[in-house]
Design a protein. Structure first.
Length: 316
């Protein structure tokens, strides 16, 4: 299956993953201008009415940049939609996305059976997060255009399967676009994802440590100062397994190896309330390759250079 037309004008085969709280118009616009797909969760725009303003700004600024720089590869943007009964904004947010004909919708949790035909009606594409073959097949049955394989080592909610296993198994029955997620933070890792059979690398943690990201400075600094051994995998904070910075857990007054009983609805521990993403910070095992905080455009340029150099070295 050929790549969708809107995904061909890219300087590097990278999709910036939608980061809860962190992804904002500044980051998305910077990523797209640098030639990689920028994305954000619709729920980051709060209150709901703000989503219209975000999409208007992103659409306008990217169009203006393209017009002023006709020879520059400007990537499209994507909006992440959580398909779950708890998301009472889904209908509203999809209406706003339809208004702006968002080029790409990234769906999470339930199979996007009702989302896909609507997005196709306005000419967009749908990629869906999966962590195993069963989820992949359900997404394909729903008619998605691409799969995002969230493998071991990815930040936030992540699966446990090795990319070497999952990509090759999915390729037995799916010839469409695949984005691979899991500890990808350098151009070399992007090339490795391509060599494995993926069309795109799905990069999240590397973009948290950027000037544009809406993340606490302590969060960014913690990523720079951490290694793979500082990542803790647990379902404790949201009910779904995810990777978190151990230092953020201990910094919240909790012992990762002896987590107390909790009220699942409030995350309350006596007088202390700890919330995932706000207090306990997600990150992937690729943190050990992140040593600085830079503008997103500079990070993409570095990854592009690393990608070219790694490719040349393999062909030498």
């Amino acid at each position: 299956m050929a790549l969708p037309d809107q995904m061909k004008n890219m300087s590097l085969p990278v999709i910036g993953s939608p980061l809860f709280i962190i992804s904002n118009p500044d980051l998305v616009i910077a990523q797209c201008k640098a030639g990689v797909i920028g994305s954000f969760p619709a729920l980051n725009a709060r209150p709901a009415e703000l989503l219209d303003q975000w999409l208007e700004r992103i659409t306008r600024e990217l169009a203006e940049y393209k017009a002023a720089n006709p020879n520059v590869e400007v990537a499209p943007y994507a909006v992440n939609q959580i398909i779950h009964p708890s998301n009472d904004r889904l209908a509203h947010d999809m209406d706003v996305c339809a208004k702006y004909k968002v080029p790409m919708i990234i769906t999470s949790l339930s199979a996007p059976t009702e989302i896909v035909p609507r997005v196709h009606d306005w000419g967009g594409v749908v990629f869906h997060d999966v962590i195993n073959v069963r989820h992949a097949k359900k997404a394909i049955e729903a008619g998605v255009d691409g799969l995002i394989l969230v493998c071991a080592g990815a930040g936030g909610h992540a699966g446990t399967q090795s990319p070497f296993a999952l990509v090759q198994e999915v390729r037995k029955f799916w010839d469409g676009p695949i984005a691979l997620s899991g500890a990808i933070a350098t151009g070399k890792a992007v090339l490795a994802a391509r060599a494995l059979g993926a069309d795109f690398a799905y990069v999240g943690t590397r973009f948290i440590a950027t000037k544009e990201a809406n993340a606490d400075q302590r969060y960014k600094d913690m990523i720079v100062g951490s290694g793979a051994e500082d990542i803790f995998y647990t379902p404790y904070f949201t009910g779904v397994h995810g990777n978190y910075l151990t230092k953020s857990i201990t910094g919240s007054g909790l012992d990762p190896n002896n987590l107390p009983a909790r009220d699942k609805s409030s995350m309350s521990f006596g007088s202390t309330t700890v919330k995932a993403w706000r207090d306990v910070w997600g990150a992937g095992q690729g943190v050990g390759t992140i040593d600085d905080i830079l503008p997103a455009g500079e990070i993409v340029e570095r990854m592009r250079r690393e990608y070219r150099e790694a490719k040349a070295a393999l062909c030498a």
